[in-house]
Ligand binder design. Structure first.
Ligand SMILES: [Zn+2]
Length: 375
């Protein structure tokens, strides 16, 4: 495999030539166009962007199965590594005023033995997630001190929880770190065969795991746990539309959010929505409509977002699930504070959550897509 650079007025282009096939895998992708930190997208002005879903990365699954090619790609000088240390991601900062970015490591970085997962090609740059959890804190900080931005600038970084940095990261960076985190977590938590209990080994460049017992050989694929999350609304005959939000007993004071729960075997997503709302708040729901989904690698969920129309309004909370639940008008929600605000009062859920997306969508003037006549 050869990577060549092409200079143009607009920046440096690279071309990956697959010599085995004789054709470019992807070509003429703009690469290395330096972006001043001030020109990074500002998430705070884009409330209806779904976090962790805006990736342009080519997962290039056709490359994973060729171990020889994978090893060559891993060593290639253009390759970049996405390190994770005990679940934490490498960023330049977790401060809102500095505009955090994901940081990478050069391919020749000295690393401890550990898991390596091929993530794909981002603007033709091969990316691998690497688990560096065995490093002590001093070695971790040394590693973080020799990082690179995606555009190749040398930057001193720090390992930070994605749940802290995620709401502040540009779309592509947040999506990349969520993907890397999810793959490393799944590999690290799928150590033993589900059939016979023997150790499994990473195969297919980290995208499958196979039992090491010859007589078994069971193969598993990455798992993600489906969870439904729903904005339940009600439009009374007289008065303003309202939506149902609740708060879990463990959440920060004042935070209310949409209800959510895991899908159980043997039920449709729509039935899971109706069951969860009934179990948690004793509200019966009728029409249920899918809206959007979001990977949520904390640790390994896929959040499936819905809108649902209430058929009843009297709330009765399951105390194990909800400390409180209430109906709120749009006017009331617009006066809510933000997650992390100091002091009392009602607050919105996290900025990077699909719950916030569903609420912001409902708040927008054209969001109430389920017309009362269609119920
Ligand atoms: Zn087995």
């Amino acid at each position: 495999m050869t990577i060549i650079r092409l200079q143009s007025k607009s920046g440096t282009h690279r071309k990956i030539i697959d010599e085995a096939v004789g054709n470019p895998i992807r070509h003429d992708y703009l690469f290395d166009t330096l972006q001043a930190p001030g020109s990074l997208p500002d998430r705070r002005t884009r409330p209806l962007t779904m976090f962790y879903t805006q990736s342009t990365l080519d997962r290039a699954d056709h490359l994973r199965k060729d171990d020889t090619r994978m090893q060559a790609l891993r060593q290639h000088h253009d390759t970049r590594l996405v390190p994770l240390w005990q679940g934490q991601s490498l960023v330049n900062s977790a401060r809102e005023d500095i505009l955090p970015q994901a940081l990478l490591l050069p391919a020749d970085t000295a690393l401890p033995p550990g898991l390596c997962v091929f993530l794909g090609l981002l603007d033709t740059v091969p990316l691998f997630a690497v688990d560096v959890s065995s490093l002590d804190e001093a070695a971790r900080d040394e590693l973080a001190g020799h990082a690179l931005t995606r555009t190749g600038l040398s930057v001193a970084g720090c390992f930070t929880e994605l749940r802290v940095a995620g709401p502040l990261l540009p779309d592509e960076d947040g999506s990349l770190l969520a993907y890397a985190r999810g793959m490393i977590y799944w590999n690290n938590n799928t150590r033993h065969c589900l059939r016979c209990g023997t150790l499994m080994r990473s195969t297919n460049a980290g995208h499958t795991r196979q039992c090491t017992r010859d007589s078994c050989g069971y193969i598993v694929f990455p798992r993600t746990d489906p969870a439904v999350i729903m904005l339940v609304s009600h439009t009374p005959e007289a008065g303003e539309p309202v939506c149902l939000l609740g708060r879990h007993p463990s959440w920060p004071e004042g935070v209310f959010s949409t209800l959510a729960g895991f899908v159980e075997p043997g039920e449709s997503l729509e039935n899971a929505v109706r069951r969860e709302v009934l179990e948690e708040a004793a509200i019966r729901t009728g029409e249920v409509r899918y809206v959007a989904s979001q990977p949520w690698p904390f640790p390994r969920s896929i959040m499936l977002g819905f809108e649902a129309r209430a058929l009843s309004t009297e709330i009765c909370c399951d105390p194990l699930e909800l400390a409180d639940a209430q109906w709120f008008t749009r006017g009331q929600l617009r006066r809510f504070g933000s997650w992390g605000d100091e002091g009392g009062g009602y607050k919105m859920p996290r900025k990077d959550s699909i719950a916030r997306f569903l609420i912001d969508r409902w708040l927008s003037e054209d969001a109430d897509l389920i017309s009362p006549a269609s119920v």
